[in-house]
Design a binder for this molecule. Sequence first.
Ligand SMILES: [Zn+2]
Length: 286
Amino acid sequence: GPTIITMENEADLFYRQMPKVELHAHLNGSVSFSTIEKLMARKPHLNIEHNMTAILSGQKRTLDECFQVFKVIHQLIDTEEDILMVAKDVIREFAEDGVKYLELRTTPREDKNTGMTKRSYVQTVIEAIRQCKNEGLDIEVRLLVSVDRRHGVEVAMKTVKLAEDFMRSTDGFVVGLDLSGDPTVGHGGDLLPALQKAKNCGLKLSLHLSEVPSQVDESELLLNIPPDRIGHGTFLHPEVGGAQSLVDKVMKNNTPLGKNTFDFPFRSLDLVNNPGKFTAILGSDR
Ligand SMILES: [Zn+2]
């Protein structure tokens, strides 16, 4: 139908042009539909289902749908060429949205068929950051290497080593380690040695925790490290199944909370009884 110009469009423009920082962007969760279409055109043999296209193009997704989307995106990205295009598109689109400082996080992946390794994956994301910088995009980009909690401590240890190597070899492009992945799988406590190692070698830690209710023990262990940032933390508060001891730890360390593309009610803001003492970092919903 005809485009109706409303006050909302003006507001959208205002918010788009306003300079922003984006501190919670999962690379695969930030891929736009137009990039997905380019990937699908490269790989017609994959036959992405019609209902999946609906989810991919949708604005609001459940946690479950998010993980479905990640699965499809993983299928679509299996070479260094793909990852270079995706990362550059994502950075360019954040820049167009007025983001001046962007922290991307991504789990290194390998693909036996195409020869993509975890090392070449990270190398390629860094190459994308370099190319965008050289092309003069008005955005600073840093990278957090993600540990997928489902893969256990051995993989986590290797990921920490990878992150450490790149932190030392890439003039500060790699700044930290992220813990993410399906919160209902595995126990974060098993990963403590890897997370501690990362912290000791100077990587900043951003940990997804208390994303689902009743993970008090795990959150307790993770908060003891302590992390430099928390992803979500939706269920830290006792009223939603967390514990006062968790809230106390977060307050004591002044640990910033962040959210990302999942459209959860941001109940962690309930923690803010004293807003002056507490920093909430809200990622933009994309
Ligand atoms: Zn996240």
